[in-house]
Design a protein around this ligand. Structure first.
Ligand code: HEM
Length: 149
């Protein structure tokens, strides 16, 4: 049987090569920390819907990590259960104090896992400056007076 290949204008690519081209853990961790940062600043700004959206995006990256690096599955699941579910509950309750507490624990949790895998030189810190390309609230700013179409 012929090997299954994808064809591009540059040549052919096998399924195995495609699998190897998937983003590695470093890239996915970088994406995760971006979502984590956006989640923090959206909650701080009072845009809880956006914070929830960023939370969901963070979890969806964790799912991808479980596919490309299955050896982290148990730890990813434990991290979600112990650290991220409380963050989600704080977002849903729109409770900044609870969010801050649970968020801080989540950062400590990431330190724990980086230590576990001998990456103790990796320490996530929350960027001080909020992202500039999204409206982070407060929600009163979201009254759209005119319909664009
Ligand atoms: C179960 C939880 C976690 C595990 C097992 C874990 C594990 C790892 C590992 C093994 C690396 C090294 C990746 C490589 O280059 O091969 C890494 C990198 C990194 N992790 Fe995590 N991590 C966890 C949670 C988090 C969280 C929650 C954050 C941030 C909110 C985070 C932020 C980072 C960052 C910024 C890097 C460096 C990425 C880069 O190369 O630019 N990690 N993590």
């Amino acid at each position: 049987m012929d090997k299954i290949v994808g064809k591009t204008k540059h040549g052919e690519i096998t399924i195995d090569e495609l699998a190897q081209l998937q983003p590695g853990l470093g890239k996915l961790m970088d994406d995760m920390s971006t979502r984590f940062t956006y989640m923090y600043h959206s909650a701080k700004g009072g845009n809880w819907k956006l914070a929830h959206y960023q939370y969901r995006s963070f979890i969806s990256i964790m799912k991808k990590i479980k596919i490309v690096r299955p050896k982290y599955t148990t730890d990813m699941d434990a991290y979600e259960k112990h650290f991220m579910i409380p963050v989600k509950e704080a977002i849903e309750a729109e409770d900044w104090k609870k969010f801050e507490e649970t968020y801080k624990k989540s950062v400590e949790g990431s330190d724990h896992y980086h230590d576990k895998y001998d990456f103790s030189y990796i320490r996530f810190i929350t960027p001080k400056n909020p992202p500039e390309h999204m409206d982070l609230g407060p929600p009163e700013k979201f009254s759209r007076k005119k319909k664009p179409l």
